[in-house]
Write a protein that binds this ligand. Sequence first.
Ligand SMILES: [Zn+2]
Length: 375
Amino acid sequence: MAVASVLVSPQIQDQLGDEGLAEVTRHLWPADCQSCGKPLGSQRPSLVVDNLEVFATASLHHQRCRTPQWNQGHITGTNQPTLSFRVGGLMLPIQNDPRPMLVVNPGLESVILNRQDDQRWKVQHNSYFTKAGLVPPGRSFVVDHPIDGAVARLTTDSIAVTLQVAPFPTYECALEEHFRQEAARLKGVLLGVTHLVDPWTDPHTFTRDLDTALRSGEMLLGWVPLHGTHTPAPRTGPPGTHYVLRWTPHCGIVGPVLAQTPKTLVQRKARNWAKSMISPDEGTLMSWEPIDPKVPEAGWITMSTLSAKFFALLPHAEGWYLVQALTRGGGRDLTTDNEAKAWAGQVLQIKSGITGLEWRPGPQQPGVSTLYATP
Ligand SMILES: [Zn+2]
């Protein structure tokens, strides 16, 4: 069962509150100490929260290894060799038609916390699961519809699922013959990821906790195709990459977003920021020039002297985007979004082999239109 109680500091109590603490302990399991890596045993573990502003992590430790602590704003290591994960398999009944399912608890002793708009802390899954195509149960989950970001391999006595996004984790589990036959027949396996289940517990508790996680939606699901049985959709660039298309009547700029500022900056600072975000391998940068001299609000462009890549600095309401522009500009005489999309489609395909992006309109300014796409 999830950790019964933890030692907390007054600051943890103050920051998380009773509700936040309950949320955290519901998702943590007392397996190994995240300081020394040895089993936590039966003593009450210390809770340590590292608040990194964008998100926080909560982890369990021996009392003798760490005292309960709320750490503000500095990282103590994100790559945790001490973290345990557990994988289990079962046949999940779906409308009288059971599917082989691999259930993964990706981190027993440590979870990521995110502060919601209402200031409540919620446990969140690592973003590489959603980048791989996993979704919560509900309308967006389609049974038997293969995701592009993971692949499954069957051996004689096990199944292994590998995510196709960094850090490319693999989850493997020994198989019963029936499970294996069904995965082979259906050419895939259902992958379920949640911190609410211990897949190594007894079968009754396992299915009960899994049922709770499925009903509450605190789980991510995806149908993972067996290796070689599924051709991913048209290549739309690395998952999670955002693309920007900005056009004026005289010029278009399109490409992947490399970085964005968290706040508005004056132009000079924005340029310094952009320079710091571009790899020194690109060599020196030429001087920044307006993308469209007739429409200064459109942004700025430069070229690297070594790789001859174009970088565009685009102002928007909340800050700046640094975009790797695939051309110096182009698409002269654009008059509608559809013309701009057609031009961008050609550039993307020719310059980087990317097809199938769906553009959605962003903010409009006089003379400047911006569209966004995420594969
Ligand atoms: Zn320890």
